[in-house]
Design a protein around this ligand. Structure first.
Ligand SMILES: [Zn+2]
Length: 82
């Protein structure tokens, strides 16, 4: 069933509105934080809070989501933690 709460954070597993989530998207074998939410490609969502970002980085949860190692995107995400 379609709802607006279909996006789920990979750290806390809570569904959330997309504007409250970072979207990490795979584009042509590169991984980017999609600020527009419009890129096409496999994607994963992370809450825009320090707790979830830290968990994703520390536990490398994106590796599981994308089944590959993503050192570069973790350093990008670290930049979002003040
Ligand atoms: Zn979360």
């Amino acid at each position: 069933m379609h709802t607006t709460y279909e996006r789920r954070c990979i750290a806390c597993r809570q569904a959330n509105l997309k504007q409250n989530l970072f979207r990490v998207c795979r584009v042509n074998d590169k991984y980017v934080v999609d600020e527009t939410y419009k890129l096409n490609g496999r994607s994963a969502y992370i809450c825009k809070n320090k707790q979830c970002l830290t968990k994703v980085i520390d536990k490398k949860l994106l590796n599981r989501a994308f089944k590959t190692n993503l050192e570069e995107i973790y350093s990008n995400l670290r930049g979002y933690i003040e």
